[in-house]
Design a protein around this ligand. Sequence first.
Ligand code: F3S
Length: 290
Amino acid sequence: MKIIRAEKMGFCFGVKKAVEACYRIAEKKSKNKYILGMVVHNKDVVDEMKRIGFVIIEEEEILNGKDPLVKGDTIIIRAHGTTAEITNILKQKQIEIIDATCIFVDKIKEILIERESLGDEIIFIGDKEHPEVKGIVSFGKKINIFKNLNELKEKPLNSSKKYSVLTQTTLNKEKFMDIKEYLQKHYSNAKIFDRICGATSERQEATRKLSRVCDIVIVIGDLKSSNSKKLLEVALTENPNSYLVQNDIELDLSIFSESMKIGITAGASTPEDIIKKIENKIRGNFNVEY
Ligand code: F3S
C-alpha cells in the first residue's frame, strides 16, 4: 500500500493564523474569551476551542443585544472578518478585540475604502450572504453587489462614472477572467482589482492531479465545510472511488485493500492533526510503504 498526499492541502494561511491566535489567547486569558462565529468550518476544531475555554457567539446575538459580552472581555474575530457595525458595537462596549481577519480580506477592504474616497463607485462580485462579503461591503457607502457575470450584465454601467471592481477572495478564477473580459470590452471606466486568494484553487488543482493517479481518494474535512465538499466534487470527477471523511473515528477501513494507492487531501479548514490521525490509522492497519 502507498499513501500519497496532495501537493497542497489543509489549513490556508489565514485560517492557520486565526487558530494560532485562539491558542495564544487561551494561554494568556483564563476567562471570558469569545470567538465570533466559527473560527473555521470544522466541528472538531470548534469543539477543541470550546474545550480550551472559548464561548462561540454569533453576530445576530450582538446585533440584537442578546450577547453576554461585558467590558474587558476578549473576542477573536475569525479569518473572514466582520462588519463595521459589529466592530463599532464591540468598541463601544470596550471589548478587547483580537482581529484575526485574514490580511487578504483586509486588503480588499482597504482598496474599497480608498477607491470610494477617490470618488469611484464600487462593484463587488461575490455571495452577499457570505460573512466575508458582508464584512467587506459594510465598510463602504453604496456598493453594487453582483453574484456573477449574468447578474452584472443585467445592470448597464453609467459611462460618465468611474468604477472600481472588487471580488470575494474565493471567487473562481475562470469566472473572474470572464467578468474581466466583459468589462474590458464594454467599459473603459471600470478599474478591475484581482485580489483572489489562490488557496482554494490550489487545493482543488492538487486534488484533481492526485485523484488521477490513485485508486482511492480520501478528502478529509467537515461534512458541512463548503471547501471540503468542493474538493470531494473535484475528486469524484476524476475518480469515482472518492470519499469525504470527517475524522479517524469515522474512517471505515474496509474500503481499503493492501494493493491500493491511497490519495489524501484536505480542505482549507482541516487541521493537520486530524489528517495525521487518519494517516496513522491506515498505517496502523496496513503495510504502507515509506
Ligand atoms: Fe485568507 Fe485565502 Fe484562507 S483569503 S482565510 S488565505 S482562503
